[in-house]
Design a binder for this molecule. Structure first.
Ligand code: ADP
Ligand code: NA
Length: 330
């Protein structure tokens, strides 16, 4: 396979994906299948860096996989798997931890943010070494490209440094991964607070659209989205964050450019825009939810799909790990 290899993952830490996860990540995963050799995983090892209930974690892991499939990740074209089913992630992680300086790990700002929220003494060591596991995730597949948002840049930089350090010390072993800025990645903002990004940890649940939520409730959230006091429907994220966010979502879901939408709504009001977008959203989530249900109705088959994905992933990961072990003298 001469195509560049891409790797990405999503945490099973919510009952449903939200609109930001889809428009900012998964939609691009689906498209990359046309051009790249794609590896996509549900990162359950990362999920236990904070406390998880075993039953809930198992359900969310399956639900995440079902949602990826329902959104268009094709298990015949992509390796779709659950991280804990490929032991090489944890094995390579240990090797990389021994190559990472304590100070270097301490400089990861995302740990500082998250640990501060929990209280630094209570935060797990796993949360601290999370970026090193992320490096292992990437390097074990010799991935060339990693789709990253701004908040992940520092972690990818660590992966690159570790790959280069290992190669320098033990001989060329790892591909040094490049950040991959995917065209057309939308950043989605909170409907009630359009200055902040839409997130599962948002303070107001009314600003969050979860794909598995009751479509009627999501439609209502769209109709009550915060907009500014003007009347014109124009795409101007700096001055009209709320309206621009709605246009971004509309554009992505309906496959119409924001310019096209501006023209279509030039003599209409915010109410019309919201009403139509609510309808577009319902049309999108209704068949999506049916597909998710059908995957979750046959858990045995879903588990088989994931086992095949893990096998495919292990074929690559075990090869990398043997080489690494050999290089370091095991
Ligand atoms: P959350 O921010 O809700 O905790 P995650 O951090 O689990 O979501 O994100 C999973 C993926 O979804 C990441 O690739 C992330 O960049 C993307 N993502 C999350 N929220 C948004 C958003 N509001 N807009 C665009 N992409 C997003
Ligand atoms: Na996040």
């Amino acid at each position: 396979d001469a195509r560049l290899r891409v790797l990405s993952g999503i945490q099973p830490t919510a009952d449903s994906f939200h609109l930001g996860n889809y428009l900012g990540a998964v939609r691009q995963w689906v498209r990359l299948q046309d051009t790249h050799d794609t590896f996509y995983m549900v990162v359950d090892l990362h999920a236990i860096t904070v406390e998880q209930d075993p039953k809930v974690l198992r359900e969310r892991t399956r639900a995440s996989a079902a949602q990826l499939l329902a959104l268009g990740v094709d298990p015949d074209r992509s390796a779709l798997f659950v991280q804990s089913q490929v032991p090489e992630h944890a094995q390579l992680c240990w090797v990389l931890q021994c190559l990472t300086g304590f100070g270097e790990a301490s400089r990861m700002t995302q740990f500082k943010d998250k640990a501060t929220k929990q209280g630094t003494d209570r935060a797990s060591v796993g949360l601290f070494t999370y970026p090193i596991l992320q490096a292992a995730d990437i390097l074990v597949y010799q991935a060339n490209a990693v789709p990253v948002g701004e908040d992940q840049r520092q972690h990818l930089e660590l992966s690159r440094n570790l790959a280069q350090r290992f190669n320098h010390r033990f001989g060329k072993t790892f591909v040094v991964p490049e950040p991959y800025i995917v065209a057309d990645t939308a950043k989605i903002f909170d409907l009630q607070d359009p200055e902040s990004k839409m997130s599962k940890s948002a303070s107001s649940q009314n600003g969050l659209i979860e794909l598995l939520d009751d479509p009627k409730r999501s439609a209502k959230k769209i109709r009550s989205a915060v907009t500014d006091t003007g009347r014109e429907i124009v795409f101007d994220p700096e001055h009209k964050a709320g309206v621009s966010n709605l246009l971004t979502i509309y554009s992505a879901l309906a496959g119409r450019s924001t310019a096209e939408l501006e023209a279509a709504y030039s003599d209409k009001g915010y109410g019309d825009l919201k009403k139509d977008l609510a309808e577009v959203l319902v049309q999108f989530v209704t068949p999506f939810q049916e597909r998710v249900r059908s995957y979750l109705d046959d858990v045995a088959e879903l588990d088989k799909v994931l086992a095949r994905g893990a096998e495919r992933a292990r074929a690559v990961a075990s090869e990398t790990l043997s080489l690494v072990y050999d290089r370091i003298g095991f």
